[in-house]
Design a protein around this ligand. Structure first.
Ligand code: MRU
Length: 360
């Protein structure tokens, strides 16, 4: 298996803290950030120091532990109240990646369960710590499984285009869209990866290229507007992207620009796959239109990385995500296997298997 970078970890037992690689500084500086408080975790998620749907979920789980571990009175009532308040606050950090809400709901449910079982406050804190570590561990395992299920789609010598960063830096493990690539490489397949730069925050250039180069992959950087022309040359055999939320009908929400990649792939007959764990599936969201798409500051476009590139006062539209209709998706790889030509029936079957089907 190719080595991959580490994104975040819990350090120091209880009480402890979360350490995460500061992704806004990559690739030029490898700096680890120590996160000790709920507001600091909220801030880290909001400004993308930690980003990528599964990694946000793992970080949020640790965030709830930060909110309960140092209370002056540690009664069970007090710990439950602090856990629920911390979770509700962390839920306001970013709106689109459903893994955030999935992880926070899990932490809240665990706190309520332990409280209802008459556990002490100290027991509740320990249980929440264990739950956060479990979310992280499960994410690692889901990444491995997606790697195993996705790698057979890759043949020796293929060219694969990816958008944004859906690698180790976006998860608690080896990644989603990049996991099949790492697995195929470990199986001895030669893979040529094309990374979209991913305007405006350059997750492709800064993060995907960084982690693939570290893993010894053959990676070529292109700007987003080159993807269609690259496909026309015949260099791209497959598209692999991650996802921030998958609707019950199979519509796939991911980083802005993914929809354009899917349109170009359809025109050129290139199969388009999303790779995402079931924590990214939203049983309450019927279709892509229902997804809350985060809109971010104009400065990310007009003054990206400190350099002014448009006149002062320019009107800007800056959605961070888009969604691709299920009919344009060749398949979704999740930890349970490959969902070919996703539709409501097939997505619901996987949700049922994961125990996540919404009550009617
Ligand atoms: O704004 P970001 O960097 O958090 O967006 C990340 C993405 O869009 C990823 O493709 C997605 O979260 C899948 S990550 C495994």
């Amino acid at each position: 298996m190719s080595a991959h970078v580490e994104t975040l970890r819990w350090e120091g037992g209880l009480p402890g803290h979360c350490a995460l690689i500061e992704q806004t500084r990559l690739p030029l500086e490898e700096v680890w950030l120590r996160v000790d408080t709920v507001p600091a975790m909220h801030d880290a998620i909001k400004r993308l120091a930690v980003r990528g749907a599964p990694a946000i979920g793992v970080a949020a789980g640790y965030g709830v532990v930060l909110g309960v571990q140092n209370l002056s009175t540690q009664t069970a009532d007090e710990v439950l109240r602090a856990a629920l308040e911390s979770a509700d606050y962390l839920a306001t950090s970013r709106p689109t990646a459903v893994n955030l809400f999935w992880a926070l709901d899990r932490m809240k449910a665990r706190a309520r369960r332990e409280h209802a079982a008459q556990r002490t406050g100290a027991d509740l804190v320990r249980a929440l710590h264990a739950e956060a570590l479990l979310i992280h561990e499960e994410d690692r395992a889901m990444c491995q499984a997606m790697g195993q299920h996705g790698a057979p789609l890759i043949e020796d010598g293929m060219g694969i285009l990816t958008h944004c960063n859906a690698g180790a830096l976006a998860t608690g493990g080896m990644g989603t869209a990049l996991a099949p690539i790492y697995t195929a490489m470990a199986q001895g397949k030669r893979v040529k990866v094309y990374a979209d730069e991913t305007r405006p925050l350059l997750q492709g250039a800064r993060l995907t290229v960084y982690e693939l180069m570290k893993a010894g992959a053959d990676v070529t950087l292109i700007t987003d507007n080159m993807a269609a022309s690259l496909m026309r040359t015949g260099a791209v055999d497959l598209v692999f992207v991650g996802s921030d939320r998958i609707a019950v009908n199979g519509d796939v929400c991911n980083k802005i620009g993914t929809y354009s990649v899917a349109l170009a792939a359809r025109e050129h007959g290139v199969p388009f796959y999303a790779v995402a764990p079931t924590s990214t599936f939203d049983p309450h969201c019927k279709r892509g239109e229902d997804i809350h798409i985060e809109e971010r500051e104009a400065a990310e476009i007009c003054e990206g990385f400190g350099k002014r590139t448009a006149p002062h006062g320019t009107k800007v539209w800056n959605p961070a995500f888009d969604w691709t209709p299920a009919r344009m998706v060749s398949g979704i790889v999740c930890e349970h296997g490959l969902i070919r030509k996703p539709n409501q029936r097939r997505v619901e079957a996987v949700l049922a298997r994961a125990g996540r089907l919404a009550a009617p």
